[in-house]
Design a protein around this ligand. Structure first.
Ligand SMILES: Nc1ncnc2c1ncn2[C@@H]1O[C@H](COP(=O)(O)OP(=O)(O)OP(=O)(O)O)[C@@H](O)[C@H]1O
Ligand SMILES: [Mg+2]
Length: 310
């Protein structure tokens, strides 16, 4: 993993050998992370990889079984209160009170942070404007769209001006415009110096926002580096296409072999063809560009390993 050491100081988030099991399920099997101050780490992984478990431990909501995690110099177990003072969290599902208005949601949090009444009021007004919620400020949050609720939730995580912010899948469920809007908000936070750990299932999101990406799966770090480093490691483009006839698979393999760098791999999909047949699929890594006859041509995505059938 390439380590960013920022201005040479201690990383804002440091994780070493973190483990956590839920009964038989080993959610984290020893992960290491290092996030320099003022940078963005994208924690990327599929469903069940362990992303939320890691975020919950780092935000003191869950105790690890082993290893250690330090946020802003404070151990998340022994100095949980100090950690809480320096962090903000927008969890995977919005934690707002639906019966309260947007403004009330933010003001309650301001009071919990012991801000004075005038401070609370002005912070809420400022955040509602920043997140495009000024017009909806005095409506109950249950009347908000999913995207508005997400924005309110993120605004709530910022009331205490955290130095380190954890966002667990901040754009899941948002439409493309909402997603771009959220990216803009996140970029402006980062420009203001906030350290950010963001989980996502999308490589394009990590690519857009993160200085470094750590990919986890089944509770283990399986890759880490900058977006550029990871893309280079994954390889070039991927060609995936369907062969309509099982009997021609060997011919198809022979035909695409010269295009790719590795051996093409076939797999069958559960999906049935129009006449009820199983559809064989072939994949190969392509560095030479798409060729005629390929049904599908796409760039590598998180978790997609070219030339390996999954
Ligand atoms: N409270 C719990 N009790 C039992 N198992 C749990 C609990 N929390 C998480 N797990 C299990 O731990 C594993 C990791 O879950 P986690 O929520 O961290 O994944 P994730 O990467 O956030 O996935 P997603 O992208 O779906 O949010 C999963 O197998 C999950 O079922
Ligand atoms: Mg999760």
């Amino acid at each position: 993993m390439s380590q960013f050491n920022g201005a040479g100081g201690q990383p804002a988030i440091l994780v070493e050998g973190l483990t956590k099991s839920f009964g038989e399920v080993r959610a984290l099997r020893g992960i290491d992370l290092s996030v320099p101050s003022g940078t963005v780490l994208g924690l990327l992984g599929p469903n069940g990889a362990g992303k939320t478990t890691a975020v919950r431990i780092l935000t003191t909501l869950l105790r690890p079984d082993g290893g250690r995690a330090v946020v802003e110099g404070h151990d998340v177990v022994r100095e949980a209160a100090a950690v809480r003072r320096s962090i903000g969290l927008a969890g995977q599902s919005a934690a707002i009170q639906e019966e309260l208005t947007g403004r009330e949601n933010l003001e309650i949090i301001g009071r919990l942070y012991h801000l004075s009444r005038p401070e609370t009021r002005s912070r809420a007004t400022e955040l509602l404007a920043q997140f495009g919620l000024a017009d909806a400020a005095d409506r109950t949050a249950k009347t908000y769209s999913g995207g508005m609720q997400r924005r309110l939730d993120l605004a709530a995580s910022l009331v205490g001006r955290p130095r380190v912010l954890f966002l667990d899948e901040p754009t899941t469920g948002l439409d493309p415009r909402g997603r771009l809007g959220m990216w803009d908000i996140i970029r402006s936070l980062v420009a203001g110096g906030t350290t950010l750990l963001l989980t996502t299932q999308y490589l394009d999101e990590a690519d857009e926002l993160a200085d470094e990406i750590v990919v986890i799966d089944h509770g283990l770090v399986i890759a880490a580096g900058t977006s550029e480093e990871l893309k280079n490691r994954i390889g070039g483009d991927v060609i995936e296409f369907t062969v309509p006839n099982w009997g021609r698979v060997a011919d198809a393999v022979a035909a695409i072999k010269p295009i790719g760098e590795g051996e093409p791999h076939g797999r069958s999909r559960d999906r049935r063809g129009q006449r009820g047949r199983r559809i064989p699929r072939l994949r190969c890594a392509d560095r030479g560009g798409a060729r005629a006859g390929c049904r599908e041509h796409r760039e590598p995505r998180a978790g997609a390993t070219p030339a390996v059938a999954r």
